[in-house]
Design a binder for this molecule. Structure first.
Ligand code: DC
Length: 227
């Protein structure tokens, strides 16, 4: 075997704050390269949903970490399935978003999820998005990106998405939630939201999804020499 065939599958790590567009961008990049895709936030959201359903306190890190073992999770056509039921919409509610951010502060929960996330790394490659993909889960990723956008722009984007789904929310309420989540995600002791020192930082405030996707692919091609 050659050294090249022993090399682990390539990883593109995309991190950033809530509603920075990283989910959509990561998915588009994975489609363009025919890579696997990991939405790591959905794992935190699944634990949050289960904790809410079972009435488990969100500050009980050890019990929450125990929930990671028996999560029967799968993704069918991009929809998250928990124990065979479609929970994609349930995972996106503001209650689950806030609970996910609260349970993600626990080091026990984070370490219980590490191997599960690394198992997504398979040939031909993986695009992984979250908060600590480049810093903790895939520190050897060949390309790391950190997407930012102003809190106002992120609230406006989320507002548009929710209104399109017929969910009534105010921009002010969303802005407040986003600021709260940013503060909690960036100041927690365990794997806080931060750009890896070797990450490319992209401010997407004035860019469209297509422009950001093209920029990420250009960085990847530049790194790998791929066409
Ligand atoms: O990306 P998201 O909004 O779906 O993530 C939901 C929550 O999970 C977010 O508030 C922080 C947490 N999270 C995390 O701590 N680390 C990750 N790699 C992904 C998400």
């Amino acid at each position: 075997m050659t050294a090249a065939s022993d090399a682990p599958a390539p990883v593109i790590a995309i991190d950033g704050p809530a509603a920075s567009g990283k989910g959509t961008i990561a998915y588009e990049v994975a489609q363009a390269l025919d890579f696997h895709y990991l939405d790591s936030g959905s794992l935190y959201r699944l634990i949050a949903l289960r904790a809410i359903e079972r009435g488990i306190a969100l500050d009980d890190g050890a019990t929450l970490a125990g929930l990671t073992g028996d999560l029967e999770v799968s993704f069918a056509n991009g929809r998250a399935m928990l124990d065979g039921r479609d929970v994609a919409d349930a995972l996106r509610t503001e209650a689950v978003s806030a609970a996910a951010s609260r349970i993600a502060v626990h080091a026990e929960v984070r370490s219980a999820l590490i191997d599960r996330q690394r198992a997504f790394r398979r040939p031909p490659g993986l695009v992984a998005e979250g908060r600590d993909m480049g810093t903790v889960v895939f520190p050897d990723a060949g390309l790391k990106l950190f997407l930012t956008a102003s809190a106002e722009q992120r609230a406006a984007r989320r507002h548009k998405q929710l209104i399109a789904k017929g969910i009534s929310v105010t921009i002010d309420g969303l802005l407040r939630d986003i600021r709260e989540r940013d503060a909690r995600d960036s100041t927690r002791a365990a794997a806080p939201l931060a750009a890896a020192p070797d990450a490319v930082i992209l401010d997407t405030t004035d860019l469209s999804i297509a422009e950001v996707t093209a920029a990420v692919l250009a960085h990847y091609r530049e790194r790998t020499g791929a066409r």
